[in-house]
Design a protein around this ligand. Structure first.
Ligand SMILES: Cc1cc2nc3c(=O)[nH]c(=O)nc-3n(C[C@H](O)[C@H](O)[C@H](O)COP(=O)(O)O)c2cc1C
Length: 254
């Protein structure tokens, strides 16, 4: 297992931090590592490898839609080994526990051999804030957790979880979130503070923001990155405003 491909998707940056830590560690261990971000403009991975490590945030007890699109484009027949790591704010709570199931099933349909799955908790970017002390503790313990996960993966430890049926049902029900976030995305309004800088367009992982007449237009899946990173706080959803946290998440994550 020499050639390792790390594939990640991120909205607000937590999954990127994990992906980078894993990348650095594997490079230190002399693996040949290829590092790639999933986005609307990057849904096909060309390079072949011995192992894929797929990292994504949990959105509505599932992977974000763009991740499923990436998996569907994997070439069949390669029997590549795969490890799937989900990042969430809630951790192993009931509605998250089946959160990797659909991505595992889809990867296996594309002939990947998923032998390992795990999860990591990072600060919340949605609805319920993570207290500061807990965010700090999560970051402090991260290197240790990453070491354990890498140790498992490079030693090809089999770790597959069969969540109880109730979790599978809840995860299925939460798939409605895919429609919900598209609707929420359309409600994002630009206020008078917008300077037209275009940072939101650059930061959007999915290429879902287009500047038109120096104002952003959204076809969004509500990863929330633009809302938190806008330097002028000029973007806000017009409904369910409470899902966006008042705290400056960029201070925690960067
Ligand atoms: C639209 C949306 C839905 C989310 N749904 C869940 C969820 O079902 N369970 C959970 O624990 N966290 C949920 N979260 C929180 C994120 O998984 C968490 O904050 C993660 O660290 C974000 O990763 P990122 O910074 O790489 O985007 C959600 C976040 C967003 C934006």
């Amino acid at each position: 297992m020499n050639k390792i491909k790390i594939i990640y998707y991120t909205g607000t940056g937590s999954s990127k931090i994990i992906a980078e830590l894993i990348n650095n560690k594997l490079i230190d261990m002399n693996y040949d590592v290829f590092f790639e971000k999933v986005s609307k403009n990057n849904l096909v991975s060309q390079k072949s490898c011995d192992l894929i490590i797929l990292i994504f945030p949990i959105h509505g007890a599932n992977a974000p839609e763009v991740v499923y699109k990436w998996i569907k484009n994997l070439p069949k027949g390669n029997k590549t080994k795969a490890a799937i790591i989900s990042i969430s704010a809630g951790g192993k709570v009931i509605f998250n526990r089946a959160g990797r199931l659909s991505s595992i099933k889809l990867s296996e349909k594309q002939d990947c051999e998923v032998f390992y799955e795990n999860s990591l908790i990072m600060p919340s970017n949605f609805l319920i804030p993570t207290p500061d002390y807990l965010s700090r503790a999560l970051f402090n313990i991260l290197p240790e957790k990453i070491d354990l996960i890498i140790d498992d993966i490079v030693n090809e430890k089999i770790r597959k979880i069969n969540p109880p049926i109730i979790d599978k049902c809840i995860s299925k029900v939460f798939e409605i979130e895919k429609i919900g976030v598209k609707i929420l995305g359309k409600t994002i309004k630009v206020n008078k503070n917008c300077s037209g800088c275009g940072l939101c367009e650059k930061i959007c992982s999915c290429g879902n923001i287009i500047m038109s007449n120096k104002k952003p237009k959204f076809m969004c899946n509500f990863c929330t990155a633009c809302l938190y990173y806008c330097p002028n706080k000029a973007l806000q959803p017009s409904v369910f405003k409470m899902v966006i946290l008042k705290m400056d998440i960029t201070l925690i994550i960067l």
